[in-house]
Design a protein around this ligand. Structure first.
Ligand code: CP
Length: 306
């Protein structure tokens, strides 16, 4: 297939073929980062703008490195170091950046829908690097890539996503990506941390952690996003850990070869214990490595003339 889309805004709108195509492209680009000279000229002469209006460690660094490994120029705009604090709108900021002839804008914002609005108004390609609790498509793609690399397939796997589903863009991108590729997705967490529209999603739901662990091939463990919770949604961190925290003892209910994923940042000792986060089953750092390949693939595909 050839890539036709101008933007990457979410996995909900992608076809199974498009998702497969990004994963294959990432697979062929991954080895560039293993070379002694980790650079190819593919995006020479292009400019990628990183517009991060919300904090990020992994995604921002990964997109910047991905652009640089493909020889693109990069510019970084953050909320603090931009004229947003002087009252300029995000759209005006983005249009001014575009007037300097950028090719791709990578956008993170705490409000759902900001990358979609910018995509409608900019000629440059727009990549959603996480918008509110809506989607985080490159995280979903890197999770798919990591699972497929280890299990050699996605179809037929049982993937349990555990924790704060309501506030998680990672959960939404995983749900769309996994189900389009044929996995069975089970959500588990406190009732108060399930999204109100959960019955419209192509998933099963349980509030019993043992059911989430039984027969699961993959556990994707989410952080409690306390910064997004406007009210107290569970009695205490201690109770959350007791009911839903994944620790070595609780893993006895899971398959011996279960894979542990976590998008980061990890709150050790809350949603996941240190022994599980650092165990042989944990792919947390492999996810980060694969994220670079996924972001190289996305920048490469979106930079091609349509
Ligand atoms: N997984 C993820 O999006 O991490 P950052 O917030 O550090 O980018």
């Amino acid at each position: 297939m050839t890539w036709q889309r101008k933007d990457l805004l979410g996995l909900q709108e992608l076809t199974q073929e498009e998702i497969g195509f990004i994963l294959e492209t990432a697979n062929s680009l991954k080895e560039i980062s293993l070379r002694p000279i980790k650079k190819v000229p593919t995006l020479r002469g292009k400019t990628v703008a990183l517009l991060f209006f919300e904090p990020s460690t992994r995604t921002r660094t990964s997109f910047e490195l991905a652009a640089k490994r493909l020889s693109s120029d990069t510019i970084n705009i953050s909320r603090d170091a931009s004229s947003l604090d002087k009252g300029e709108s995000i759209l005006d900021t983005a249009k001014n950046i575009e007037a300097m002839k950028i090719d791709i804008a990578v956008v993170r914002h705490s409000c759902a829908g900001v990358p979609q609005v910018l995509a409608r108004h900019l000629k440059a390609a727009v990549v959603n690097a996480g918008d509110g609790a809506h989607e985080h498509p490159t995280q979903g793609l890197l999770d798919l890539f990591t699972i497929k690399e280890r299990k050699r397939k996605i179809s037929g796997l049982k993937v349990s996503i555990i924790g704060d589903i309501a506030h998680s863009r990672v959960a939404r991108s995983n749900i769309w990506g996994l189900t389009k590729l044929g996995a069975r997705v089970l959500l588990c967490g406190p009732k108060t941390l399930m999204p109100p529209d959960v019955e419209k999603l192509p998933v099963e739901v349980t509030y019993d952690i043992k059911k989430a662990l039984e027969d699961a091939d993959v556990l994707n463990i989410l952080r409690l996003q306390l910064e997004r919770q406007k009210e107290s949604l569970f009695p205490s961190i201690r109770e959350y850990r007791q009911l839903f925290g994944i620790n070595h003892e609780r893993l006895r209910y899971a398959k011996a070869d279960v894979l542990i994923l976590h998008p980061g940042p990890v709150n050790r000792g809350i949603e996941i214990s240190c022994d599980v986060a650092d165990s042989q089953s944990s792919l947390i750092l492999e996810q980060v490595t694969n994220g670079l390949a996924i972001r190289m693939a996305v920048l490469y595909l979106l930079s091609k003339e349509k």
